[in-house]
Design a protein around this ligand. Structure first.
Ligand code: PLP
Length: 394
């Protein structure tokens, strides 16, 4: 016998993975040049050269037993301090090594925080459009997932709808900016309004309502758009960071949770996050990667290629008639499906080997997602297909 809930979770195919695997199959049949795969968010620029140099340098110069050995569960203190120092200097806040808990990426960071906050009847809010995994992360780790419908005018936060969903059971609101799937960065004004609302509501319900800031795309911002450091706006913020996208290291599995001292109940919260990680089988994040990110704490990717893709796709698609809020971060665009049904649109596009992800699981069934971390050449080849489909709908 197996656990039914886990069985169903394991058997349900993620729509993104399904499309990606379909793309691989079609490539073998019709040739790479005839498949336009915008399904998956896998970085398409290499890790910065200093990151690869750090890997080599560490392997060559540090004692092998130390490089490959266990570290304490939250990570080596030197690495934690290096990350904390960079955050403190960059955002002019006070963060210490003891506030950092290294994880194997943002996904387990989120799960540990969710588990740590899952008291009886806990509810955790997610703001559409949201990363589809939030729902299984929350629902399988002790809380109810409460989605807030999108503000489709600009994909900022629909604050009245969020307010209406806060109850005595609300423990946290997960936000993700720069956003997957919209590519939108929440403005300082939006975040200040959210902070004001959550401050009032925390007082009303008699316990802190935390923000869980999911930040794998923090470093991917265009046109000089500011990505606000949310703990500086709303102190009760727990940051879940990842190097998967910011340093193009998704397979290396490295990220962290940051619980600054100024977060209410920070000591217990940090301990509960450590306990939740332990209960999930966390031993330590890869020790080689901890050393790499410590050495490269201030490294930033060269995102020119993503920016060029973003511009080319946005300008071309809107010139054909597609509607899209201009993305200024991450590497995604969220486009309104002609006809208003993204699933039908995605199925139709799939017949022409154009793979776009319908927005149902992101909480927006009228929109489809395009990952812009692809080759320029593929974009150029795909544009006539986008245009043809638009004309067929018109
Ligand atoms: N959160 C968001 C919004 C993401 O898009 C992703 C990955 O695509 C993750 C979390 C998980 O990232 P990681 O690879 O660090 O686990």
């Amino acid at each position: 016998m197996v656990n039914e809930k886990m069985l169903s979770l394991g058997k349900t195919r993620s729509c993104i993975r399904e499309l990606f695997e379909y793309g691989l199959k079609q490539t073998a049949i019709v040739g790479r040049e005839n498949v336009y795969d915008y399904s998956i968010g896998n970085p398409s620029i290499p890790a910065p050269p200093e990151v690869n140099r750090a890997f080599l340098n560490i392997i060559q110069t540090v004692d092998s037993l130390a490089v490959h050995g266990y570290t304490p569960a939250p990570g080596g203190m030197d690495a934690r301090e290096a990350v904390a120092k960079e955050l403190s200097e960059r955002f002019n806040v006070s963060i210490h090594g003891a506030n950092i808990f290294f994880t194997c990426g943002a996904a387990p960071a989120l799960i540990s925080v969710i588990r740590a906050l899952s008291v009886e009847n806990a509810a955790i809010i997610g703001v559409a459009p949201f990363f589809p995994e939030y729902r299984p992360f929350v629902e399988n780790n002790g809380a109810a997932f409460v989605p807030v419908p999108a503000d489709t005018r600009n994909f900022q936060i629909n604050l009245p709808a969020l307010e209406a969903r806060i109850t005595d059971h609300t423990q946290a609101v997960i936000i993700n900016s720069p956003n997957n799937p919209s590519g939108v960065i929440y403005s300082r004004e939006t975040l200040e309004q959210l902070a004001k609302l959550l401050t009032e509501k925390s007082a009303e319900v008699g316990h802190p309502i935390y923000i869980i800031a999911d930040e794998p795309y923090r470093e991917l911002a265009y046109d000089g758009t500011e990505v606000s450091f949310i703990p500086a706006i709303y102190p009760n913020t727990i940051v879940c960071y990842s190097y998967s996208k910011s340093l193009s290291l998704p397979g290396e599995r490295i990220g962290y949770v940051c619980v600054p001292d100024f977060v209410e109940d920070s000591e217990n919260l940090f301990a509960a996050i450590a306990g939740a990680a332990r209960a999930s089988g966390h031993v330590c994040a890869p020790s080689l990667q901890q050393r790499v990110v410590a050495q490269c704490a201030a490294s930033r990717p060269n995102i020119d290629a993503y920016d060029q893709n973003r511009k080319m796709l946005y300008e071309s698609l809107t010139s054909y008639g597609y509607e899209c809020v201009k993305p200024n971060g991450a590497f995604y665009m969220f486009v309104k499906a002609p006809g208003g049904n993204a699933k039908a649109f995605s199925d139709m596009a799939k017949e022409r080997n154009l793979l776009v992800v319908p927005g149902d699981d992101f909480g927006c069934p009228e929109y489809f997602r395009i990952s812009t971390c692809v080759s320029k050449d593929m974009i150029k080849r795909s544009l006539p297909v986008f245009k043809q489909i638009w004309n067929d709908y018109a």
